[in-house]
Write a protein that binds this ligand. Structure first.
Ligand code: ZN
Length: 288
């Protein structure tokens, strides 16, 4: 059994074939953890999770939705689409109520830092970062309050990715010193090996997407090789980041096995061992 620990089948791109995507996934022995990226998609994630066995929900707000309305150009299967999303004003109590609204809510996120998109535009970057950090800390508080693991997102400005990871380590480390232990996963990990080890020391798992199958992802492949298997989670981040051999296509949860296969290859171990251990890891972290 596999678990795709980070998918967005709640996104509009799956509106026309959601049931089939879930069916394909379950038929291929793959459970799904469906992650909200704002309040609306978090509600949607719960709705879907309540409809299907083997599908769970994580609720939160991706940092890039906090700063402004977003129009994102995405290219799927050669076709350009514009995704439009309204800026969200974070409301702790609304998310608290949502977290308590269903037993299928098994985590808080995605939340964290994303400075990547701030740079090319004219705006007060420092103020935007402050807002992201402030909401991130509130989501940490929420995870503690409802006793659920965190699903973290981290991306720095171009050429400064490691700085964002250091900042996140600092925020999480200080919070734990003051308030006690946290658990979670840092999804779609993009830091360096040293930072991965520090997150593990803080009680976090490291999430790998299809990026690990990309030819140029040498550093990430080395991290997958070096860190212990019992700290690894596998994910798709569907509809994004389809693994080789589906690169550029719409990703879906059933493709998470290509991530598992790549990790087995990198670690020079059996595929079955990766499947079994990452399944155990996800069950342990999300208590499912
Ligand atoms: Zn995501």
């Amino acid at each position: 059994m596999l678990i795709d620990t980070h998918a967005h089948i709640n996104f509009g791109v799956f509106a026309h074939n959601l049931d089939e995507v879930i069916k394909r996934s379950l038929e291929n022995n793959t459970y799904v953890i469906n992650v909200g990226s704002n309040y609306e998609t978090s509600q949607k994630a719960i709705e879907i999770a309540e409809k299907f066995n083997g599908v769970w929900a994580v609720i939160g707000c991706h940092p890039e939705h906090l700063v402004e309305d977003i129009e994102e150009k995405v290219i799927f299967e050669g076709e350009e689409k514009i995704l439009k999303m309204k800026k969200e004003i974070f409301d702790y109590n609304k998310y608290l109520a949502l977290a308590k609204s269903s037993p299928k809510v098994i985590g808080i996120g995605e939340t964290g830092l994303d400075f990547f998109y701030l740079k090319p535009k004219k705006r007060d970057v420092e103020k935007a970062k402050e807002l992201e950090i402030n909401v991130f800390k509130q989501f940490i508080q929420l995870a503690k309050e409802v006793n659920l693991p965190l699903v973290l997102h981290c991306r720095g400005e171009e050429e400064k990715n490691y700085e964002a990871y250091d900042l996140m380590l600092d925020i999480v480390g200080k919070w734990q010193k003051a308030n006690g232990k946290l658990t979670g996963v840092i999804h779609c990990f993009g830091g360096n090996l040293e930072q991965a080890k520090k997150f593990i020391d803080l009680g976090f798992y490291i999430g790998f997407t299809g990026i690990v199958t990309f030819k140029n992802a040498k550093e990430l492949q080395n991290i997958a090789k070096e860190i212990p298997l019992d700290k690894i989670l596998i994910e798709t981040d569907s509809p994004y980041l389809a693994p080789v051999p589906f690169r550029g296509k719409i990703n879906e949860p059933q493709y998470v096995r290509f991530v598992a296969e790549k990790i087995a290859e990198l670690k020079n171990i059996n595929y079955e061992a990766v499947e079994e251990q990452t399944f155990k890891n996800a069950k342990a972290l999300f208590q499912i």
